[in-house]
Design a protein around this ligand. Structure first.
Ligand SMILES: [Zn+2]
Length: 418
């Protein structure tokens, strides 16, 4: 890199998006000076610069996805492993690095994928009907099931929107399970309106999609869940499209045969893909998500891979290059632009225009149930529940602690917010 593209300090007049028209002016100006170099073990000498406007020092590494890393790990290999049902531990064994390194690279790559996805979708015109649903899985424990809301193209199976919400465990339970649930809910209780709120975000996304949409009328297929109707009726932006017939909400019984003729085929298809391709969503295994933020990071990597990389149908001849994004009518050049330098050039949050669900992933704002729970607490709760109702005070006394949950902030490196 002979010329740094911009000053990395937010708020500096030279902090200009390299993809914006103003960056051309910056490229002609002398806004930085060279400031020597420093030696690294894995990358050799790294050139340093100083911004003449704000005085901030930086290097060529500042603009690299590998900012601050001390070792080179192939991002494509991480993506391939995670998208083909390898867990973090299996990936770390296969790449010969630690589990923390895998998680670290996954987070870096996830932010790149969030950025690429949002750039890709912001430029496209919708040409098909949509299906929306909540994919059911769990994080931390089966007592904290979640719904991962997805909005999928009916013909292309392109995933337009994704958000996760933690739910209260319901359904049939034994007396023991009810006692454990009661004890755990005293420690963390999901918000009862979270499902409707999350679906309303999906509808806000849909409203944006309607602004660039050739499909008339546009049909939104869902199952008969009441929360969906509730969210739709409370979404003021969609009143007009719904009453004018521009948008139609079609409801299908979720027990209907899951074949290609089912209007919910696209979401059923994604359900199956998640179950078989992502280790943490495979049923009846010991692999499950321990942290909601990490779970969503892996999912966004998967979604970009699914939308722009994966073959549209596995039985297509190999020479046929159909992907879900191409099937949805996205131009090849748009895909190339959105995914350019994905695993090398670091994307800056200040230049991104992200919707709330994507921003939550970037900033790791999902709440993980029981995060910071003291060691041995779950085992003690389980043991007590076998004998009768659980008293959390005695659990505390037994473990010799004042509180069962310690305040542990979600780790978020500062460079992720630049
Ligand atoms: Zn500056």
């Amino acid at each position: 890199m002979r010329r740094p593209p911009f000053c990395p300090r937010r708020g500096c007049p030279c902090h200009i998006d390299p993809d914006s028209p103003e960056s051309a002016t910056l490229a002609r100006r002398r806004w930085f000076k060279r400031n020597g170099s420093y030696a690294t073990k894995v990358r050799g000498p790294i050139a340093r610069f100083k911004c003449l406007e704000c005085g901030r020092g930086f290097s060529t590494q500042t603009f690299s996805l590998d900012y601050f890393t001390k070792r080179i790990i192939d991002y494509d290999a991480v993506r391939r492993e995670l998208c083909s049902s390898s867990g973090v531990r299996a990936t770390s064994r296969s790449l010969g690095c630690s589990c923390d390194s895998v998680t670290n690279r996954t987070s870096r790559l996830a932010r790149q994928c969030v950025s690429a996805s949002s750039r890709l979708l912001s430029q496209m015109t919708l040409k098909e009907d949509l299906a929306a649903d909540g994919f059911e899985s769990f994080a931390v424990s089966q007592y904290f099931p979640n719904n991962i809301h997805i909005l999928v193209g009916s013909l292309s199976q392109l995933v337009y929107f994704c958000d996760s919400v933690t739910l209260r465990r319901s359904g049939r339970m034994t007396a023991l399970q009810k006692r454990i649930r009661e004890a755990l809910e005293a420690l963390y209780r999901p918000s009862p309106s979270a499902l409707t709120r999350s679906f309303r975000e999906l509808l806000a996304h849909l409203h944006e999609r309607l602004k660039r949409c050739e499909q008339d009328p546009l049909i939104l297929n869902t199952d008969k869940k009441l929360e969906y109707c509730r969210a739709l009726s409370s979404c003021k932006e969609l009143d007009e499209p719904l009453s004018s017939g521009r948008l139609v909400h079609a409801r299908t019984d979720s027990r209907r045969k899951r074949d290609k003729h089912n209007p919910l085929y696209a979401v059923n298809y994604m359900d199956r893909e998640f179950r078989k391709d992502l280790a943490e969503h495979v049923r009846e295994t010991v692999r499950f998500a321990r942290n909601v933020n990490h779970c969503m990071e892996r999912l966004w990597i998967y979604l970009l891979d699914h939308n722009t990389h994966k073959r549209y149908r596995i039985n297509d001849p190999v020479r046929v290059q159909r992907t879900h994004a191409l099937e949805a009518g996205v131009e090849e050049t748009t895909i190339a632009r959105a995914t350019a330098h994905l695993t090398t050039r670091r994307r800056f949050l200040s230049f991104e225009h992200l919707e709330p669900a994507a921003l939550r992933v970037w900033r790791r704002e999902y709440h993980t149930p029981l995060k910071g729970i003291v060691k041995g607490a779950l085992r003690t709760i389980n043991r007590q529940a076998r004998r009768g109702p659980v008293d959390l005070q005695t659990v505390c006394e037994k473990l010799g602690v004042e509180r069962l949950i310690e305040d542990v902030a979600q780790y978020l490196p500062r460079y992720a917010l630049a």
